[in-house]
Design a protein around this ligand. Structure first.
Ligand code: GDP
Length: 583
């Protein structure tokens, strides 16, 4: 009887103490699998087959976001409340750049690092764009310094933008003048400032490189850059210019560029020697993928002299058209002063313009903390398969493995892992974490299967994380774009980067991260013998560059002898890119 009552007591105590513990542990385990998606397992994570749930986690922030989930991811050094109100407590212990948990920064050199060697200006409200003050903890310091001349151009531009950016008095007045004169004037209207309205084309990577190009065009021509962002870009980027906005106001009559005179029509008039007296106040310039159209002569001085007179240009592009400015004699001096180092232009412009907005930053930092921070080395694999029918997944997978193993980016597998490794050995083990980004889940899955529970010839431990697998490219979709931006940025935090030929998604990642990648060539129609090769510059390729000389209109034959510092791209031989020919 006594024994029975003793047993009863014990089982009561056990259930009183143990059950809540079991319950707590279960809850913690469920919450710990932060991911952009469900489906992460401990250690090896493949995100996302079902991507409705997009958890966010900001340091010490408990957030209920629009995706309907919450996550409690903490960082020692931050104290946040919600996504709009996150406070920095201390930056001492952010264990981010380089590897493992060694703090790479001290507070004292924060200010210089935070402003990226003068590229950025101080005075922003930090809570409204946390990434601007924190990104330097995540990216390694850049060896590419912005020139003093570029810095002074940026500061002057910011002033101009404050004077004439959207919603200012000058802007409102100018837009009225342009709107009233656009259909009937023989002479373009006189406005206080001149403007570019950037229109989006293609995927997000294309849009980012074309915004950067348009901004440089604005710097070169003293124009104000205004961007037409739809709902699909909400929560992606911070405002880049201090105390002003670059967003085309929602109520602007310039959302529609349908009836605007095209640059093409003006060029045609000129080519047929028709009188060119008509100078509109607004003009539409098409710099999209059309090697036969407008951009043929956009790089010519005489056309730039014409465009200078037009107050408002609508610029639609999906291209990195910066190399064409180096073909335009009137821009050359200014460019050389701004960019004495020709191969880091997009690196500077990208880090100046594109700061993840708080929502995106929460996703980036949470994912990083949860999955990547503890690695000794982070390997980013960007696998862009546009058409899986013409480029089968198995062929791509073999190519990736060959590239990664041959170049020792990843180790070969030896056999089943010895599970009884001592804890001191465990501490010595090198951890390589692989971030896979792709529209297709099989890449992350295959790599996971390859390394899971296996030992490697180098003794390194490999963990694989793929944040999403969207299956297909979507247009005008905010969540889809957010994932794409988060992943481009996460890739930019890699120590070793592999990107896919011709992909602007990869161009953005390499330039933001200052990481010269290995390029995977087209495994099916590859004119190079290599399956992958080390890239040699951070600059993107201009896929559809000008084809004709300005003076005689003949086809450009030999780029290298005609244009200093411009060469054909390795990953897309039709395209052109800026290279340093003096080394
Ligand atoms: P590009 O077509 O490779 O030059 O890159 P873009 O970014 O211009 O267009 C591809 C678009 O497809 C992206 O912006 C995304 O919307 C989507 N996409 C392609 N690859 C990925 C990927 O790895 N992850 C995510 N989340 N989206 C991708």
């Amino acid at each position: 009887m006594e024994e029975y009552s003793m047993r009863l007591k014990i089982s009561f105590i056990v259930s009183f103490i143990a059950l809540p513990i079991v319950f707590m542990v279960t809850l913690m385990y469920q919450n710990s699998s932060f991911g952009l998606f469900e489906g992460f397992s401990k250690g090896m994570a493949i995100g996302g087959m079902n991507q409705k749930n997009f958890t966010i986690g900001v340091p010490n922030v408990t957030a209920n976001n629009e995706f309907g989930l919450r996550s409690d991811v903490t960082l020692d050094n931050f104290e946040g409340r919600n996504k709009n109100d996150v406070k920095i407590k201390s930056s001492k212990s952010i264990p981010l750049t380089n590897s493992t948990s060694t703090p790479s920064k001290e507070i004292n050199d924060n200010e210089k690092d935070k402003l990226l060697d003068g590229l950025l200006v101080s005075g922003f409200d930090e809570a409204s764009c946390i990434s601007r003050s924190q990104s330097h903890f995540y990216h390694k310091p850049s060896p590419h310094k912005p020139s003093p001349y570029l810095i002074s151009k940026l500061r002057k531009y910011e002033e101009l933008h404050r004077k004439c950016g959207p919603n200012t008095r000058a802007y409102n007045k100018d837009m009225k003048i342009i709107a009233n004169s656009k259909n009937n004037s023989k002479k373009s209207a006189a406005t206080t400032c001149k403007y570019i309205i950037w229109l989006p084309a293609n995927g997000l990577g294309n849009q980012i490189i074309s915004m950067a190009s348009s901004f440089l065009y604005a710097l070169l021509t003293d124009r104000v850059l205004v961007v037409q962002f739809g709902k699909d870009k909400e929560g992606l980027f911070c405002e880049p210019f201090l105390n002003s906005t670059w967003l085309l106001p929602e109520n602007s009559s310039f959302w529609d560029a349908q009836n605007v005179v095209t640059y093409q029509s003006i060029i045609e008039m000129e080519m047929t020697n028709t009188s060119n007296e008509y100078l509109p106040s607004a003009m539409y310039v098409d710099l999209k993928y059309s090697p036969t159209n407008d951009e043929r002569f956009f790089h010519c001085d005489h056309n730039q002299f014409l465009l200078i007179k037009i107050p408002l240009l609508f610029l639609e592009a999906g291209q990195y058209f910066v190399p064409s400015f180096f073909m335009t004699p009137i821009f050359k001096d200014e460019l050389n002063k701004m960019f004495p180092e020709i191969t880091s232009i997009f690196h500077h412009l990208g880090r100046y313009l594109f700061h993840p907005a708080n929502e995106a930053w929460e996703l980036i930092t949470s994912f990083y903390q949860q999955h990547l921070a503890k690695a000794n080395e982070r390997v980013g694999l960007q696998i862009r398969v546009v058409n899986p029918y013409s480029t089968p997944h198995q062929v791509v997978m073999n190519q990736i493995l060959n590239c990664a193993l041959e170049n020792k980016l990843l180790p070969k597998v030896r056999g089943t892992k010895n599970m009884s490794v001592s804890s001191s050995d465990k501490n010595k083990t090198i951890k390589k974490f692989v971030l896979v980004t792709s529209l297709f889940q099989q890449y992350g899955k295959n790599l996971t299967n390859m390394y899971q529970n296996k030992s490697t010839v180098t003794g390194e431990v490999i963990e694989v994380y793929q944040p999403s697998s969207e299956k297909e490219q979507k247009f005008g979709d905010n969540k889809h774009n957010l994932k794409a931006w988060v992943e481009m940025y996460l890739l930019s935090l890699s120590d070793v980067l592999v990107t896919t030929y011709q992909s602007t998604f990869g161009y953005v990642a390499k330039a933001l991260g200052n990481s010269i990648p290995w390029i995977l060539y087209n495994p099916v129609h590859n004119t190079n013998k290599e399956i992958c090769e080390r890239e040699f510059t951070l600059e993107p390729c201009y896929h559809y560059p000008p084809l004709h000389y300005c003076d005689d209109g003949k086809v450009i034959q030999d780029v290298a002898s005609s244009f200093h510092n411009i060469r054909h791209c390795k990953d897309f031989p039709f395209g052109l890119k800026l290279v340093n020919t003096s080394v």
